[in-house]
Design a protein around this ligand. Structure first.
Ligand SMILES: Nc1ncnc2c1ncn2[C@@H]1O[C@H](COP(=O)(O)OP(=O)(O)OP(=O)(O)O)[C@@H](O)[C@H]1O
Length: 264
């Protein structure tokens, strides 16, 4: 699908209920991710952000409701249809998942070699372009153990971009990085979204670092969406759930040690 043929809503989550081990994690969740946006999915630890991503990637089937990505319902099970949809998603998960025995270039080449039959010289050129996009062309022959945390995350980002997916999904991309490396990754996520014409969904609790590159924000708490709108609207919100999360207050409606709720 060419970028211009994509629908205006990249990800549409409707009346979604997600259950893990008999416990309702999310219920009645409606989220619309506008095409071309950088959308932050925010919420306290254990609120269900990663569980939502699992549904987006077809790893967890809805107990109720639906998830569509570029107008296609996310298929259940490890089907061919799911594989095809997953090729449209570049995913940067917590931990970089780089293979330690492979060089930087070999790590980035892996998805291209797996999913295409392109000749080696074309793959080499594509890898060079992806590494250039994250500012690491000079490190193509390095091994993961020789990289700093920020460099390793940039390599993982180049690999996530390898197949030119129109949708990027980031799960806690700033975790474990020092403030400078976190700033570099944040700037890259925003710049790549713009220059490559992507849609990005960033799951994070790094609110203040991430919001400046976002044009849409969703806050999840207590198993539901408590806010959806622009970063300016988020900052202006006086909703007690939103305020407690943004201000990092110990007292408020969000329980510090929330128990999962029973599946009714
Ligand atoms: N694989 C799993 N099996 C069973 N329960 C799970 C599983 N993964 C998460 N949960 C439960 O689902 C709830 C939501 O967890 P989830 O990891 O989605 O939250 P989160 O908002 O991503 O948290 P964090 O910010 O700490 O990563 C928690 O109660 C958690 O214990």
């Amino acid at each position: 699908m060419s970028a211009s043929a994509l629908p205006a809503i990249a990800v549409d989550v409707s009346a979604l209920r997600l259950v893990r081990d008999g416990q309702v994690v999310l219920d009645g969740v409606d989220i619309r991710v506008p095409k071309g946006s950088v959308t932050a999915v925010l919420g306290p630890s254990g609120s269900g952000k990663s569980t939502l991503l699992a549904a987006l990637m077809g790893e967890l089937a809805p107990a109720k409701g639906s998830v569509t990505v570029f107008d296609a319902q996310v298929p259940a099970g490890k089907t061919r249809a799911l594989l095809a949809l997953r090729k449209q998603m570049g995913v940067l998960l917590q931990g970089n998942g780089l293979l330690s025995d492979l060089t930087v270039a070999q790590n980035v080449a892996l998805p291209i070699e797996t999913h295409t039959r392109l000749p080696t010289d074309v793959i080499d050129r594509l890898v060079e372009l992806k590494l250039h996009a994250v500012g690491l062309r000079g490190l193509k022959d390095a091994f993961p153990r020789e990289l700093s945390g920020g460099q390793a995350r940039r390599v993982a980002l180049a690999r996530a971009l390898a197949l030119d997916p129109p949708l990027m999904i980031y799960d806690e991309p700033l975790t474990g990085l020092d403030p400078i490396a976190a700033g570099v990754i944040t700037e890259l996520m925003g710049r790549l979204n713009k220059t490559l014409g992507l849609t990005s969904v960033i799951v994070t609790h790094h609110v203040h670092e991430t919001l400046p590159i976002c044009d849409h924000a969703v806050v999840i708490a207590n198993g539901r969406v408590v806010f959806q709108g622009s970063p300016a609207q988020l900052n202006a919100s006086d909703d007690p759930w939103v305020r407690q999360f943004l201000d990092g207050a110990a007292d408020g409606p969000i329980a510090f040690d929330a128990q999962p709720r029973s599946y009714a």
